[in-house]
Unconditional design. Structure first.
Length: 126
């Protein structure tokens, strides 16, 4: 048993492993797989089965990837997107000049927004 544990530890050295995005991809794969069990129309069943397998292979690919920087950036973008999706009190805009994300409160009407990075002013409706 110790040999197997050492083999797995050696194999996974330098690989990315799992993160929140991987868990979301695997969950989506399992849900699509379960949904694929119900349709009676064979092409839809085949399509859902193919999509579920593709999602699961994508998650495995991300887990075993040695390009840890790229996988980290993907996870960071996913987490930022989920944070913005949950934030109901603010709107997010990108500065037209430097592409810096800017957070402003919702429900204030038309306001002038100043980018904190480049000091560019632009008008948006919140």
């Amino acid at each position: 048993m110790e040999k197997l544990r050492n083999f797995i530890r050696h194999f996974m050295a330098g690989r990315y492993g799992t993160d929140k995005l991987n868990i979301a991809i695997l969950t989506a794969g399992v849900v699509v797989c379960l949904l694929g069990m119900f349709p009676l129309f064979i092409p839809i069943k085949l399509l859902l089965s193919t999509v579920s397998w593709a999602l699961m292979f994508w998650a495995i690919f991300r887990c075993l990837s040695r390009n840890t920087y790229k996988r980290y950036q993907e996870n960071r973008k996913y987490l930022r997107f989920m944070e913005q999706l949950k934030d109901r009190q603010h709107r997010y805009y990108t500065c037209p000049r430097c592409r810096q994300p800017v957070r402003v409160p919702r429900g204030k009407g038309k306001i002038a927004i100043t980018c904190p990075k480049c000091k560019e002013k632009f008008i948006k409706k919140t």
